[in-house]
Design a binder for this molecule. Sequence first.
Ligand code: ATP
Ligand code: MG
Length: 352
Amino acid sequence: MKIAVLAGDGIGPEVTAQAMRVLDALRLPELTVFEGDVGGIAYQRHGHPLPPETLTMAREADAVLFGAVGDPACDNLERHLRPEQAILGLRSELGLFANLRPACAMPGLEGLSALRPEIASKIDLLIVRELNGDVYFGDKGTRTQADGTREGWDMMSYDEAEVRRIAHVAFRAAQGRNGRLCSVDKANVLETSQLWRDVMIEAAADYPGVDLSHMYVDNAAMQLVRAPGQFDVIVTGNLFGDILSDQASMCVGSIGLLASAALGERQTQYGTFGLYEPIHGSAPDIAGQGNANPMATILSAAMMLRHSFGREDDAARIEAAITAALDHGVRGFDLGGSAGTVDIGDAVLARL
Ligand code: ATP
Ligand code: MG
């Protein structure tokens, strides 16, 4: 079992180190770990945020554990050299088109949610975000017209095949959960969304047991805070999914808690190849202070064991250890507590 660990920038290395301690403690047989540079640190060392050797390392692994990329020192670089390009490049080069982002109420955190406790306690949803298309990958540019007016554009596009493959991932996920799939789009104004909706309806024919509904993204943003308990699986495009999953994290309690898996079609001898990362970014505002919450990254490692290595029992053990630590009152700064990054790692290890 080969894991490529790409810790990246900011708090990435801090939170990834705790996830690796947890994986080490499981003493998995034949686990080999490779470490590669990615993001701003890779730009500094190799002149590119996604050096070829890092991409090769990721390709040759069975799974990637990713920290975060983003460094304010790189803000003035040309776009293709910015750290954020590394994660976009990995997702597209590795064919990772399906992003699974679970959000579930956690014990004792209802009071910390941005929502009222009786509403927050009902959250148990999975956002399935398309990851290889949409405005992030469309033609983009800026120009200055003759009169000096500046203009910028990002092309939003999806083709049928791209929508169909994410539809099947989402329908299967709904089959394995409570059988309800809500497709989020903006079909009243966007052509891409109308196509999205049509393809979702076509795909539904293969899943008679799944109840498909549709919602406009603006309404979905509202419903997510009004009554998140109504959602089981949400499937949506790259841009809408990015925004809704950050929002969902605050409904649970903190961005420091939510994990994600990016999956494609490639199978290894152990399971589905995937890239696993917390939904948060490099958090430059708190980097180096030792107070980032590593729980999201530890939970991402659990998702890795589940999806890429077929080790459901080990994944569940990690999740139970996180729950037990929270139950015991272990709280990072993001949750109003005082436990630092390493303290939280210690607390989870102690319960493992
Ligand atoms: P990206 O574009 O990569 O998603 P972002 O601009 O959304 O990045 P983040 O890096 O996710 O920004 O940070 C958003 C806020 O959340 C910051 O104030 C940051 O300090 C906080 N934050 C992010 N991750 C954590 C964490 N693990 N623990 C505590 N606070 C965090
Ligand atoms: Mg973000």
